[in-house]
Design a binder for this molecule. Structure first.
Ligand SMILES: NC(=O)c1ccc[n+]([C@@H]2O[C@H](COP(=O)([O-])OP(=O)(O)OC[C@H]3O[C@@H](n4cnc5c(N)ncnc54)[C@H](O)[C@@H]3O)[C@@H](O)[C@H]2O)c1
Ligand SMILES: C[C@@H](O)[C@H](N)C(=O)O
Length: 394
């Protein structure tokens, strides 16, 4: 049986190693770059004592990120690799990575439902921290509750059990979806009524409660942030209720029009991806366990109409229509059950959370990035290609 060691990882240049134990596991190792940590963190967790990259170098934690090909995971992996070195951040997902993603550092294909495979990965790679991003988002979950129950609940149970056995620090995100229709809607605090009525929300509340149980009962260093909807330009969102706030930019630039699946006055908390990643890293790397294991974090709250108005400051001809209120999209009921704004004062107090992107800055950046993508697509498409013609006509 092939045993991976740090030495074998560092001396590999471009090669594929297969672990016989793990049927679906392919570990692609390529182009090892020397660690270019931009930030060093003091690692006080006992979980890191055993992780010494070299006898004299400062210790970096070795982090496993599940769901690393998703909207949030891909950005987080990039940031963590800049901090700790490519070889110290093992990306994982159930899907196949792009060549570009696989070339940047270790990638392990793994289903989070496969406990023994995850156990093997943690041991072989001498993992210290897990960031568990694998999940089904609200809209996809509502369409397939059985799969959502399985991935979102069993996946979390597996990683928490691993954290207990291997003494790992673990970060699992929660969401505004963990609240429900009886939760106070405005300025929703960390501790309040939580009776979600979506399968996504139920699985996320399960995550929070189980994480707290493992922390109390077994001393597991469980950390979580309740994210609002996250906006990003590079990786598309994975099927949530807040996805309209990303789709709108692509449609505004490509077509000048968007039909929103939420009503114009549906107010939801949101944040830009960079803020989400920074807040997550600040919480993940905080040197000691914080008073709470779960914190609200947020940046702004807006309605589809307010977002469209802000976009119109840059694209005056942009128009927006809405789903027929007589036949609302199924995501409307999900959004209606969630808070309109969050109180994240405890995160600000306990670990210094503060957003850098408000609505204006976020909109400008989203438009610039997506416009650059469209320009690049046009440049790379042959002059007479039908897709170019269609895009220009649109
Ligand atoms: N994006 C948001 O707006 C947002 C907001 C609040 C909370 N969150 C939470 O953040 C986390 C990451 O969200 P995201 O937006 O990146 O989601 P995403 O859907 O973009 O990515 C999830 C990833 O999980 C992977 N996955 C699915 N099933 C799997 C399985 N069985 N085994 C291994 N991997 C599997 C998918 O392939 C995908 O790459 C999730 O827990 C989500 O609930 C996201
Ligand atoms: C809010 C969050 O959990 C996700 N963007 C969703 O809509 O499902």
């Amino acid at each position: 049986m092939l045993k991976l060691t740090t030495t074998s990882m560092l001396t590999s240049s471009t090669r594929i190693l297969r672990q016989p134990l793990a049927r679906a596991t392919t570990i692609a190792l390529s182009r090892y770059n020397a660690a270019t940590a931009t930030r060093l963190f003091s690692i006080s967790s006992s979980a890191n004592v055993a992780n010494t990259n070299t006898p004299t170098a400062p210790r970096h934690p070795r982090v496993l990120v599940t769901g690393s090909l998703g909207q949030l995971g891909s950005g987080l992996v990039k940031e963590l690799r800049q901090m700790y070195g490519n070889e110290n951040v093992v990306a994982s997902d159930i899907r196949k990575p792009s060549d570009e993603f696989a070339a940047n550092g270790p990638f392990v294909c793994a289903d989070v439902l496969n406990y023994s495979l995850l156990d093997r990965i943690v041991a072989d790679w001498r993992i210290d921290w897990i960031v568990h991003y694998s999940a089904l988002l609200s809209a996809v979950a509502e369409k397939n509750p059985a799969l959502a129950l399985s991935v979102n609940m069993t996946g979390v149970q597996n990683v928490l059990e691993l954290a207990k056995i291997h003494r790992l620090r673990i970060f699992v995100p929660s969401t505004i979806g963990a609240f429900g229709p009886s939760t106070p809607k405005y300025n929703t605090p960390d501790l309040t009524i939580m009776r979600p009525n979506t399968i996504y929300g139920i699985t996320k509340l399960h995550t929070e409660l189980l994480g707290e149980y493992y922390r109390e009962k077994f001393g597991v260093d469980f950390r979580s942030a309740r994210y609002p909807g996250v906006l990003s330009a590079d990786v598309p969102p994975g099927g949530g209720t807040t996805d309209y706030a990303v789709d709108i930019f692509h449609h505004a630039i490509r077509h000048g029009h968007y039909t929103c699946f939420l009503s114009k006055d549906t107010r939801l908390p949101m944040m830009y991806l960079d803020d989400c990643i920074r807040g997550t890293i600040d919480l993940l790397t905080y040197p000691t366990m914080l008073p709470q294991s779960v914190y609200n974090i947020t940046a702004v709250s807006f309605t589809p109409e307010e977002l469209a108005n802000e976009i119109r400051k840059h694209l005056p001809h942009f128009t927006m229509s809405y789903s027929d209120p007589a036949r609302p999209d199924f995501r409307q009921a999900i959004a209606d059950s969630w808070p309109a704004s969050l109180d994240d004062s405890m995160a600000r107090k306990d670990f210094g959370w503060k957003e850098e992107y408000g609505l204006e800055r976020m909109v400008k950046l989203m438009l610039d990035k997506i416009q650059a993508q469209v320009d690049a697509e046009k440049k790379s498409a042959p002059i007479d290609s039908p897709s170019t013609t269609a895009a220009v006509a649109a």
